[in-house]
Design a protein around this ligand. Structure first.
Ligand code: MOS
Length: 684
């Protein structure tokens, strides 16, 4: 495959739908439907475990129906248990849907929902992940299909014989995805099936699982999502709202709208599992790794196994002959965790990159230099070549631009300043997709692919890819996305959207150009199946200067720079926004984000943005991202790697490492809350 970047690719095209969005004309899932709409509202369980004994419907103005397990339409069993709503009286977690109210207006639905009375038989619950939980077990695989454990060489012997050892346990809390648009669905049935306007990261990918539970053929379900207000993974799989809206529309014979509230999102739309991670690193005195072990405990629900792939990045980051990774899971009375930006790499690299920093300190070696010394020739566990790997270049370029060599730990008044570094990585994946390109006449073209633009700029970059392949201006191309009717396509997930949809778009447009008009379809399933075996990953290095207030314990990120190598950057404007957005989310993980568990209620207590804190403008001062041009012929027609997630990977470790540099205190549990920092400073 030859990579020929053309001028349209690489240009900082503005978002093609920006006018529509700014003018309020872009329609989101909750903004469809006509005059006969009915409105649904979810009633959630107020016990964390047990069963529903009775649901008492109120008499309330405008009330059309109250659905519960005793009267809801029957779903087809076998699919995702989180989607099998209102089928059983069992309660698996606090907040699980126990009833759905349908009314003539939103206000009437909400009021009736308030008046619904639910009786429960409550049972004792178990919601706390602990490293010695008796029910920890070894899942068969980790998300999506990685081996649960790996073992290479003799870790125990090599660790025991190492000159320098680090043995430390790191903890990350449960984290909740908070896209600006809450999950929502508008559902309408017609003779043949159901149409769902749904806030989803993948209209085509959602169709199958939804058809499954609704007892329909996939062709009878159409999912439409031209605009989506963020996702971070939480909209990567269909959520209860889509099924509930369809059920309510079926039961009432009306089109129905349902939005999950911000509070309900903390129960019903996924989250990042908390993790407890033990890292052991053994090295020679000159900092060369001889032994690496990464062992993880994490949680899932009683409904379904979701096993986060927390230790997978440790399998390919650094050289070293003796290695072990392991994941253990416990099924608790909690909602099912799911994808949240860089599931696996993000929490796992917090632990690994903190431990590497500890090792560098123990060896007395600069942490940039220590990483460079442990650069592997080939992917260490898979034993295949990297398609391209420029971690060292990112470390050097980032260090030069950040001023790493001249950094100075210092104190000014009550403030301590320090600097930290961490590496980033994320797989460069591609999944099968189908695109259709059509000549409209007058030099205009339309291209269809069931992509999702969740705020990333996907529609824009796909327009560029199409224009490039057609050899026309971007303005000549209309990109249609977000409709399951456009054929199979993967979710906007795994940072694989652009590579996946873009390969199909480029293929269809090339064929159209060669055949000089008409319509062309391209499906990438066969070419992806035939790909050669390489370890394909993007890499990066994150540098942080932190300021610690010794009076209040407040940590501020003064400066942050990410240097990334992610193939060809197809649109520097949207790419910069992706990198910086993810780094900002990483600052949130480092300093603010934490879902706080209440053991008695069996639930996360903070469930809105006043108590679940994400960074705001005042928290983000000087964050910047740069990238190296990278030639990699083993990727896709654009030569691109995904960029949606790598920016969050390593970011929290870079912050914690900077705080260690400033204070001499190692923080191994996130977030670095002021009270924790202050306590540690007082004890130091
Ligand atoms: Mo991303 S968490 O793969 O949507």
């Amino acid at each position: 495959m030859t990579v020929t970047p053309a001028p349209a690719l690489g240009a900082p095209l503005e978002r093609v739908e920006s006018r529509e969005k700014v003018a309020g004309e872009a329609r989101y899932a909750y903004e469809y439907g006509g005059d006969d709409l009915a409105y649904a509202w979810i009633v959630g369980a107020t016990v964390a475990r047990g069963s529903v004994r009775a649901v008492h419907a109120p008499s309330s103005p405008g009330l059309i129906a109250v659905l519960s397990h005793s009267n809801a339409p029957v779903l087809r069993p076998g699919g995702d248990p989180e989607l099998l709503v209102l089928q059983s009286p069992a309660v698996a977690y606090r907040g699980q849907v126990v009833a759905l109210v349908v009314a003539e207006s939103l206000e009437e639905a909400r009021e009736a929902a308030r008046l619904v009375r639910v009786e429960y038989d409550a049972e004792p619950h178990d919601v706390l992940l602990r490293p010695d939980h008796p029910k920890l077990y070894k899942p068969d695989k980790v998300n999506p299909a990685y081996p649960t454990d790996t073992e290479h060489g003799d870790f125990d012997a090599a660790f025991a014989a190492a000159d320098v050892r680090v043995d430390a346990t790191y903890e990350t809390p449960a984290l909740h995805n908070n896209p600006i648009e809450p999950h929502a669905t508008t559902a309408m049935w017609d003779g043949g099936g159901v149409t769902l306007y749904d806030a989803t990261q993948g209209a085509a990918a959602a169709r199958g699982p939804l058809a499954d539970v609704l007892g329909l053929e996939p062709e009878q379900v159409r999912v439409i999502a031209p605009h989506v207000g963020g996702g971070f993974g939480s909209k990567g799989t269909p959520r209860p709202n889509a099924v509930l809206a369809a059920l309510a529309a079926k039961a009432t014979g009306r089109p129905v709208k349902l939005a999950v509230t911000r509070q309900q999102m903390f129960k019903l739309t996924g989250y990042r599992t908390p993790t407890i991670q033990r890292l052991r690193l053994g090295a020679s005195a000159d900092g060369r790794l001889k032994a690496i072990a990464h062992e993880v405990a994490e949680q899932s629900s009683t409904l379904r196994e979701f096993a986060e792939q927390t230790a997978v990045a440790t399998r390919m980051m650094y050289a070293g002959a003796n290695r072990r990774t392991a994941h253990r899971l416990v099924r608790l009375d909690v909602p099912t965790p799911s994808w949240m930006r860089a599931p696996g790499e993000c929490p796992g690299m917090f632990a690994l990159e903190s431990a590497i920093d500890e090792l560098a300190a123990a060896c007395g070696i600069d942490p940039v230099e220590l990483r460079i010394r442990n650069e592997p020739e080939r992917a260490p566990e898979e034993d295949v070549p990297f398609s391209s790997r420029h971690l060292v270049a990112c470390l050097r370029e980032g260090a030069a631009r950040f001023g790493w060599a001249s950094r100075a730990r210092r104190r000014r008044g009550p403030y301590l300043y320090g600097s930290g570094v961490a590496a980033s990585t994320y797989p460069a994946m591609r999944r099968p997709a189908r695109a259709t390109a059509r000549e409209l006449g007058d030099g205009r073209y339309e291209v269809r692919v069931a992509a999702a633009d969740i705020g990333t700029g996907a529609r824009t970059v796909l327009t560029q890819i199409a224009a490039d392949a057609l050899g026309v201006d971007a303005g000549a191309v209309t990109m249609q996305i977000g409709d399951s009717a456009f054929g199979p396509a993967p979710v906007a997930g795994g940072s694989a959207g652009t590579a996946s949809w873009g390969s199909a778009v480029a293929g269809a447009c090339r064929v159209l150009r060669e055949q000089r008009g008409g319509e062309a379809v391209h499906d990438t399933a066969a070419e992806i199946e035939a790909e050669e075996k390489y370890a394909r990953h993007a890499f990066g290095a994150q540098f942080v200067e932190a300021r610690v207030d010794t009076y209040t314990g407040e940590v501020r990120v003064e400066r942050m720079l990410g240097a990334f190598a992610a193939g060809h950057i197809l649109n520097p404007r949207t790419a910069h926004s992706q990198f910086v957005g993810a780094m900002t989310m990483g600052v949130g993980m480092a300093l603010f984000e934490e879902s706080v568990l209440d053991l008695e209620f069996g639930d996360y207590l903070n469930h809105d943005l006043s108590q679940y804190h994400v960074p705001v403008h005042a928290d983000i001062r000087d964050v910047d991202a740069v990238w190296l041009e990278e030639e990699d012929p083993h990727l896709n027609p654009m030569g691109s790697k995904g960029i949606g997630e790598i920016g969050i990977v390593g970011a929290a470790a870079a912050v914690a490492n900077a705080v260690h540099d400033a204070t001499g205190i190692r923080f191994r549990s996130l977030p670095l809350r002021p009270d924790r920092v202050l306590d540690a400073l007082e004890r130091a």
